[in-house]
Design a protein around this ligand. Structure first.
Ligand code: ZN
Length: 248
């Protein structure tokens, strides 16, 4: 079995501080709000801009330009628009799961746009994901509370939008008593209450060029990585996402 290469996507300052100390991570996806000149290991940081640029494109382009001159080289594209924005700022472009690459033609299209690698769509089954033709490396989201929806207004702060830079760190409870965590930036991302876990599916993960551990508010980064390195499946509720759903 091929060795699995891990990447991590951080959401908090503390997670970033821990992640840069772990050499196992090939790349660290980090929101641009957490990055500055003092961030170590810039060579393996992939700067993540906000998902929606409608109200902040100019500001974001300016910030990306600043980060590029500080020595950051890599950026994450959530959409085709981000590909353009990142290229213009001089970044190497990495495709995120939101590009929703579900077939080989989509992969080819983004390769033509110049992406250096891509995370495949969360909607693919494992066997379809394995069948995607690609020249650039492809990976999967292998861990995390996946987003259920993105809203413009924050359900915690009385419906007022959480502005860029303020993070309510909130959660809401659904009618079944499940706690849905929220990642707030200029949008609010409501997360699935159950974690996607594939730590015991090493054989499948090894078919891809890399596997991404996507963090929300986890406090211990190495604990999550160790679970994968040791192929341990945790107790309690978890989800397999759509990877093993339906007819393959
Ligand atoms: Zn909020």
């Amino acid at each position: 079995m091929k060795e699995i290469i891990y990447r991590v996507e951080v959401n908090t300052k503390e997670q970033l501080e821990q992640a840069v100390k772990i050499d196992d991570f090939q790349f660290i996806y980090a929101p641009i709000r957490l990055l500055d000149g003092n961030t170590p290991d810039k060579f393996r940081i992939i700067a993540v801009p906000p998902v929606y640029l409608a109200d902040c494109e100019e500001k974001c382009a300016k910030r990306l330009g600043e980060l590029q001159s500080l020595g950051f080289e890599h950026g994450l594209a959530h959409t085709a628009g981000h590909v353009h924005l990142l290229k213009k700022a001089g970044f190497k472009v990495h495709g995120g799961f939101r590009l929703n690459i579900t077939n080989s033609r989509a992969m080819e299209f983004y390769e033509e746009q110049g992406i250096s690698d891509a995370v495949l769509s969360l909607e693919l089954t494992m066997s379809l994901a394995k069948g995607i033709m690609h020249n650039a490396p492809v990976g999967l989201i292998a861990y995390g509370k996946l987003p259920l929806m993105i809203t413009r207004r924050c359900p915690v702060k009385d419906g007022k939008p959480c502005n860029n830079g303020t993070y309510c760190g909130g959660k809401i409870t659904d009618r079944k008593g499940n706690e849905l965590e929220i990642i707030c930036s200029n949008t609010c991302e409501l997360l699935n209450p159950d974690r996607l876990i594939l730590s015991d599916r090493q054989e499948d993960l090894s078919c891809f060029d890399f596997a991404v551990l996507k963090l929300a508010y986890e406090e211990n980064v190495s604990e999550i990585l160790d679970m994968y390195l040791e192929s341990r499946k945790p107790e309690g509720r978890l989800t397999r996402g759509l990877y093993y759903r339906g007819v393959e």
